[in-house]
Design a protein around this ligand. Structure first.
Ligand SMILES: Cc1cc2nc3c(=O)[nH]c(=O)nc-3n(C[C@H](O)[C@H](O)[C@H](O)COP(=O)(O)O)c2cc1C
Length: 367
């Protein structure tokens, strides 16, 4: 009898615990959905009055992609323009020791800002200011307002880490992507031949293997993962588990399971499926390996991603061969490059959307 009562009591406690965690999960999911709706929208949707125009441009800029969703930027609004400053407190020293990705991310934000400025009747010209305080300065001057298709696509773009449908794109679609991905001193090489894609896959696998065998790389990545909806909503940065197609879990459990599930072979198999299901791969190449070109590479990549969004095409990163220094030279020689730096490796194709990432509010990034 005592045993039965104890069992029932224990079952009751376990049931209550499960119900509580389910309810916390549901609440987290609902607040995540609200935060997503608040983030991924054009201004004026829902109509809550016209926000201050410069803040609005900054909000569009923050919808850009950034490495590990670090949002490694700050914005200074001044007379005649907006400066985008690197936030070195958000560097990723292991995966990005030379701050290449950080400056590419600033370029992505600059492109969004310039597209949004054009829609608001302002011409934007970007230049990297070096000196004691580095920044990407965007000079804004009055112009005829143009709501471009790329601008319209800003709240719909996503880095989509799902399997794609394996179908090829048309010649016209590839040409539009190539044009969008070309910038000053930067070009996008589009690879659709299966044989070359397999060679790229070998490099991705070698790069991923090297990174996963580096405990510092894994620790840095883990620090930027937001394991639960609630954690993602609280911090509004980093890699939300859901956005990588993984379940939302309490962080203490997520961190433990990560060590079991995030294995070299599982990740390599996933990358093989991802690449083989893609229509092609775009490699962004800078003519000169310096910060000004990294910013341009970010701008070109962002135009490419927005153009892809306009066409209903998804994009995702497979940057390992560009990140691991020993493989970068091999990547360059696979592509027949004799100079320049391969900046980014991006797969593209059609496929399902995944849950979205979040952003910190404008107030958190204004200086
Ligand atoms: C320079 C740069 C490097 C990136 N590298 C990777 C990468 O190696 N793997 C990956 O899955 N995503 C990568 N991303 C995508 C970011 O993780 C993504 O932009 C961020 O999580 C926000 O999500 P969103 O692009 O869907 O808004 C990179 C993005 C940038 C700008």
């Amino acid at each position: 009898m005592t045993t039965r009562r104890a069992f029932l009591a224990a079952a009751g406690v376990a049931g209550a615990g499960l119900a509580l965690s389910y309810s916390i999960h549901r609440q987290g999911k609902a607040s995540y959905a609200e935060a997503v709706a608040e983030t991924w929208r054009h201004s004026g949707e829902p109509a809550t009055g016209r926000p201050e125009p410069m803040r609005d441009l900054v909000r569009y800029a923050t919808l850009a992609p950034s490495s590990h969703n670090t949002q490694c930027w700050r914005f200074r609004v001044a007379e005649g323009g907006i400066s985008i400053l690197p936030d070195f407190g958000r560097r990723c020293p292991v995966v990005d020791p030379d701050d290449h990705h950080l400056f590419v991310s600033l370029g992505c934000a600059a492109e969004n800002l310039i597209q949004a400025a054009a829609a608001a009747g302002l011409d934007g010209q970007a230049a990297l200011n070096s000196g004691p305080e580095e920044s990407v300065g965007i000079a804004l001057t009055p112009a005829k307002g143009v709501r471009s298709a790329l601008f319209e696509a800003i709240p719909h773009r996503q880095s989509t880490r799902s399997e794609y449908d394996g179908m090829p794109l048309t010649g016209d679609e590839l040409r539009l992507l190539e044009t969008a991905g070309t910038g000053r001193g930067v070009r996008a090489l589009l690879i659709t031949e299966r044989q070359t894609m397999e060679t790229l896959l070998e490099l991705v696998i070698q790069g991923n293997t090297a990174q996963m065998r580096d405990p510092a790389f894994v620790a840095e990545l883990k620090d930027w993962i937001r394991f639960s909806h609630a954690q993602a909503v609280r911090q509004r940065d980093g890699l939300a588990s859901a956005a990588s197609g993984n379940p939302s879990l309490p962080p203490w459990l997520g961190r433990r399971l990560f060590d079991l599930v995030f294995t070299e072979s599982a990740e390599n198999d996933k990358y093989a499926r991802h690449l083989r299901s893609s229509a092609g791969v775009a490699v962004f190449v800078s003519e000169v390996d310096d910060k000004a070109h990294w910013v341009e590479a970010g701008r070109a990549f962002q135009r490419f991603a927005l153009q892809a969004t306009v066409l209903g095409i998804r994009t995702a990163h497979l940057n390992q061969p560009a990140e691991v220094p020993a493989l970068r030279a091999e990547l360059a020689s696979t592509l027949g490059l004799t100079s320049g730096r391969p900046d980014l490796v991006i797969r593209f194709g059609r496929g399902p959307e995944l849950p979205r990432s979040l952003r910190r509010p404008v107030e958190a990034v204004l200086v």
